[in-house]
Ligand binder design. Sequence first.
Ligand code: MG
Length: 366
Amino acid sequence: MDKNKKRKISIIGSTGSIGTQALEVIEKLQDKFEIIALAGGHNKELLDLQAKKFKPHYTCLGEEGLEKICSDKENDIILMACSGRIGLKPTLTAIKNGIDIALANKETLVMAGDIVMEEAKKHGVKIIPVDSEHCAIHQCIKDINQVEKLIITASGGPFLNKSIDEMKQATVEQALAHPRWNMGKKITVDSATLMNKGLEIIEAHHLFSMDYDKIEVVVHPQSIVHSAIEYKDGSVIAQLGLPSMHIPIQYAITYPERFEGIKSKSFSFAQIARLDFLAPDFEKFPTVKLAYNAGKTGGTATVCLNAANEEAVFAFLDGKIKLYNIYEITKKMMDEHTVIKNPTIEEIFEVDKNIRELTKKFIQQF
Ligand code: MG
């Protein structure tokens, strides 16, 4: 980031949880940014308010218009803050146009990480992670070749200290009551089943080209250590901070510069006093193993994992299934899926569509 020049940015998903927090960051750093475009999902009222306040060159609502924004070479960087599969196509368009990406949409890498990272390399585009764990790792890594393993932390979600039976009976309200992070609904349910961590393992594999055997998950309920890496010589470097998404969002859109940001209070080890770590319970949270397996299988296995899980999460939010059914449904779809090894982007979208239809059909039996 050139200190004397405003960075030109667009936000895809400006009305969502990450998008609104990104605008709070930009408001604080007004003299550093010029907003090219804002794109919202459904919330026209909020998008209009944002347009009035932040004066982007243009706005768009819904999926139409995303291609236009992502082909607009006026952009220095685009924040991909929409949720689910709709992030993939515009991300690829932006990459082909040489625009750097601040990536909050993890499904993009889960669905097509090989293609996205290869295209980014080809076009010299930076993919800077917004996901707090990957942002942490990004901050810790100096030379990826010297890294022995990645250690991704997980808060454990609202059911960490509940029994499997209690978890099976969980209501939507209980699943949405995340103890540490304030996020969108889809990701909050994913955090309750720990599928979010599963998706993050796949995301980390692609972002840092790290073998799955060298990506570890540790439960850390306080969410102060956002992730760590172990170097080959045994040194462990971790990134810490109070749990606020403003920090990773700001890091990603101002990288490599750092500015004074939105801080509620200064960090104090003494006030935090203790940090706990424990191994994840893979029996209670089998989604993590499912994700490891999908990642190791590769090809369209992760497309299937993502599509089945996302449809099951929507069905849970609609009150059609129980929380635990999300795992069962996703596993069944994975078991029945015939993996395509090196899929094209068209094949990825085809599999995504088919799996969603199959999953919806299967859910009708519940
Ligand atoms: Mg995360």
